[in-house]
Design a protein around this ligand. Structure first.
Ligand code: V47
Length: 358
């Protein structure tokens, strides 16, 4: 079979190959994905000590899959004061948190300074904390809402202390599906352009894909290939790039998306494995435990993934839609679970420098 030959020869895979990968049985596919994972990351499972903060849920956009933003089903809108945000940071640093992951809704009632001064305030007090903040959807919103170019917003982010960008807002790049699930939000080519501009500034970011809703396999493969092209460009330029690809499993509660058929574990694992093989130029594939459950996230470590994300402490976006991630996990949980799975726990920083191998 031609696809098996290509896998054995470690050839770069095309769109058609991506679809053929899905046709393989899970164990054949998993064997190749695991081999690639071991070639890149050995038997290490990465995680970090992080804290998620979502400063506001008031959003001008209505994404049908979202249960986090304030809308009819979740009428309670909030916007934190900077003091409230700082109190969370003051508390979390006591537990030796290394990364603050900040994602907000697109709130037209606050200024661009309100968004960006959060980062400056944290950096001034805790210069050692890594700030992973501003999805490309937020960059697009701040730019369009305030008459700035993407370049101007990205430069301001650097000035105010953002270290790296999270992968949110990518959803699914196929324009027809995107229009159905999140019409009005940052467009696919804009999302890709924003990350590319960030990479040109020598900076690193992540990339997500929301799957298991109304998209099909072909849309997932297309999504991966658009990211692979952007990463090729970063590598060619010798600057910045994507650290990790994060396939987010769609959570079904409290939102407006009418999904008839939900994915089973086999299709979820296949998607992790396909992404490991298609994205030959992105070193890490994260099975984000909040959306895949910690149990499947651990199994996924044998199917191409090498990262679980972090302790999180408090999670709002996915848990609003039904995920069991509200209160995070402890470092001890991670270490014990990874060891029990027969793999090597590695605490990393946000850019995948190894801090401690257990
Ligand atoms: O883009 C919204 C997703 C994302 C649902 O970069 C949902 O390290 C599942 O991007 N079911 C934001 N997902 C979170 C995000 C992220 C998470 C963890 C790590 C990183 C990283 C980034 O949350 C959004 C959207 O795709 N989301 N609603 C839902 N119902």
């Amino acid at each position: 079979m031609e696809i098996l030959e290509k896998l054995k020869n470690k050839e770069r895979l095309s769109y058609e190959d991506g679809l053929k990968l899905y046709e393989l049985d899970l164990f054949t596919l998993g064997k190749f994905a695991n081999a690639k994972r071991r070639e890149l990351n050995g038997d290490k499972v990465y995680f970090n000590a992080n804290r998620h903060i979502n400063p506001t849920n008031f959003c001008k956009d209505v994404c049908l899959f979202c249960a986090f933003s304030a809308h009819r089903k979740n009428a309670k809108s909030y916007t934190m004061s900077h003091d409230e945000i700082m109190a969370i940071v003051d508390d979390t640093v006591k537990r030796d948190t290394k990364e603050i992951h900040i994602v907000s809704a697109h709130n037209p009632n606050v200024s661009w300074q309100w968004y960006l001064e959060i980062f400056k305030m944290i950096k001034d007090k805790y210069p050692h904390l890594h700030i992973k903040a501003m999805t490309a959807a937020e960059v697009d919103f701040l730019a369009k809402n305030n008459g700035f170019s993407y370049e101007e917003i990205l430069d301001k982010m650097i000035e105010y202390g953002v270290d790296s960008m999270p992968g949110g807002g990518a959803e699914i790049f196929d324009e027809a599906i995107r229009k159905k699930v999140c019409n009005g939000k940052v467009k696919s080519d804009e999302w890709l352009k924003i990350h590319s501009l960030w990479h040109q500034r020598g900076r690193e970011s992540n990339a997500t894909m929301l799957f298991g809703h109304i998209e099909e396999r072909k849309h997932r493969v297309d999504h991966m290939l658009r990211l692979r092209d952007v990463q090729d460009m970063a590598i060619k330029n010798g600057k910045g790039g994507f650290n990790a690809f994060i396939p987010l499993v769609y959570q079904r509660n409290n939102n407006y998306l009418k999904v008839k058929k939900f994915l089973g574990s086999v299709e979820i694992l296949k998607t992790f494995a396909v992404s490991r093989l298609m994205l030959d130029n992105i070193t890490h594939i994260k099975s984000y435990w909040a959306t895949s459950t910690i149990n499947l996230a651990l199994v996924a470590q044998e199917f191409g993934c090498d990262d679980l994300d972090g302790t999180i402490e408090k999670e709002t976006i996915q848990s609003s839609a039904g995920a069991a991630s509200k209160n995070g996990l402890t470092m001890k949980d991670f270490i014990d679970l990874i060891k029990t799975a027969g793999l090597t726990p590695v605490e990393r920083d946000s850019l995948y420098n190894e801090l401690k191998v257990y």
